[in-house]
Design a protein around this ligand. Structure first.
Ligand SMILES: *Cc1c(COP(=O)(O)O)cnc(C)c1O
Length: 461
């Protein structure tokens, strides 16, 4: 089976650079053609895997391809697929230390490496999650159970209007009402306004409410903006708030010199979300949350049961089920551990550094197209731009910018998505795949220039 799978997968992966960046036509027909009842008897593996890899999987967005510059690209490092094959074939249980002390230790090493990247010291810890959304939820619940009483209807959460929507979702899931969220405005660089934050906190205190949780973004999904993390840490210290930094997109740029300069102060956060399936190029399904005081995770999540084995008291022996919502789960550590163990951190550092350089290359190219205006220059590896307004109303301007993006996407070399900031539609370029290099950025710039010319000449007619 593995040999047969490889015969399909190797050519598939080798052809990624020449596959279309997106292929959406006929999506519904494909999905319909695959509807099927539970089969009573089986078919040979080869008959299943061939159409799976050659046809069924190919519709939609080519998220693993080098031209995917949309949303937040990730990659799909093949080592992780092999690590998962091994982990799943072994099927050892890593939820409690005693069941798989070796595998639990490798996963604990990974978490410690992450802690080191943001500057956490002894006593810190964390857990690998399925993604950043669950990581943010764990951070919020941990803070709530550390800082608030059992009933917490006066506890207040502060985030910017650029924060990822998973924070709001986490708050709603964690039992907060919408009016316990304070959405703080941002400055011209789309960073949370520290002065407005201070005012909002003071107002809430004066009204007898209880400020406790502050979210900073280390790279927003919208435009890649990095909040003034040191400024937020000062406020959190003065006001006794739990500072959580959402670094799901940008956090791993801490491995680079430029990233460390941009994210000064991140190590003063009480908790940080990092998404290996973004910044470490791993396949979907690997996030993480790390906390400065590992004991807080255990206090927030530990619930006993008679049928469970003895949990560990030595802080070096981690029972993941004790410090997170999940009891049984996949063995996530190996897929992070294997590529680091095989290649070392240096490869990741230079790959991430290349992405920063590529984003600047993209920004320089956009700046050379007079009809375009850079709205959010890259702080990390994301930038956003729009057509310069021509005295037309906002709706028309937005439609023209959207037309540029659509025209780029119909060329299928790269795939871009947009966003709205202050009612203005922006085209985003996010560089984060290990498969993306200068060739894709240059193709993107060519296609953007061509599409911009086409939309502009349409205006003249
Ligand atoms: C992607 C992202 C998330 C959510 O992470 P998932 O892994 O998709 O659940 C949260 N915050 C930011 C800033 C993100 O970019």
């Amino acid at each position: 089976m593995v040999d047969e799978a490889m015969r399909e997968l190797v050519p598939y992966i080798e052809s990624l650079p020449t596959q279309p960046a997106a292929d959406l036509e006929g999506s519904a027909a494909l999905a319909e053609s695959l509807r099927a009842d539970l089969p009573e008897s089986g078919r040979p593996f080869g008959d299943l895997i061939r159409p799976l890899v050659r046809e069924w999987a190919r519709k939609g967005l080519n998220t693993a391809g080098p031209g995917y510059l949309a949303y937040i690209p990730g990659g799909g490092l093949f080592h992780a697929a092999v690590a998962d094959l091994i982990a799943n074939a072994l099927n050892r249980y890593v939820g409690v230390w005693l069941a798989a002390p070796g595998l639990a230790q490798l996963e604990t090493n990974v978490v410690r490496w992450f802690c080191g990247m943001v500057g956490y010291r002894e006593g810190s810890g964390g857990v690998l999650t399925s993604g950043g959304s669950i990581a943010n939820l764990i951070a919020l619940v941990t803070a709530r159970r550390t800082r608030l009483p059992e009933r917490f209807s006066d506890g207040m959460v502060y985030l910017s209007d650029q924060a990822h929507h998973s924070i709001e979702k986490a708050a709603l899931l964690a039992g907060f009402a919408r009016d316990q969220l304070r959405i703080i405005p941002v400055d011209a660089n789309l960073r949370l306004r520290v002065d407005a934050l201070r005012e909002s906190i003071a107002e809430d205190r004066a009204a007898g409410r209880r400020p406790f949780f502050l979210v900073g973004s280390a790279g927003t999904t919208n435009t890649g903006a990095v909040d003034d993390l040191a400024g937020l840490a000062d406020v959190a210290a003065a006001e006794d708030l739990w500072l959580h930094v959402d670094g799901a997109y940008g956090g791993f740029f801490m491995m680079t010199d430029r990233g460390r300069r941009t994210m000064v102060g991140i190590g003063r956060a009480d908790s940080v979300t990092l998404d290996p399936h973004k910044g470490l190029f791993l396949p979907y399904g690997t996030g993480s949350v790390i906390v400065r005081d590992a004991k807080a995770l255990r206090r927030a999540h530990s619930v006993a049961a008679h049928y469970m084995p003895q949990m560990q008291d030595d802080p070096d022996r981690v029972d993941f089920a004790e410090i997170s919502p999940e009891l049984s789960r996949d063995c996530r550590g190996l897929r992070v551990w294997l590529p680091f163990a095989m290649h070392g951190a240096g490869v990741f550092r230079s790959e991430l550094d290349e992405k920063l350089t590529l984003a600047h290359r993209a920004a320089a190219g956009i700046a050379r197209i007079p009809a375009l205006e850079m709205v959010a220059p890259p702080q990390l590896s994301t930038l956003a731009f729009a057509l310069r307004p021509q005295g037309s109303d906002l709706a028309t301007a937005n439609a023209r910018t959207r037309a540029v993006m659509d025209a780029v996407n119909t060329r299928h070399r790269v795939y871009l998505t947009g966003t709205m900031v202050d009612g203005r539609f922006l085209i985003r370029i996010c560089v984060l795949s290990f498969r993306t290099h200068a060739a894709q950025i240059d193709a993107c710039l060519e296609d953007v220039a061509e599409a911009t010319r086409a939309v502009a000449s349409g205006d003249e007619r």
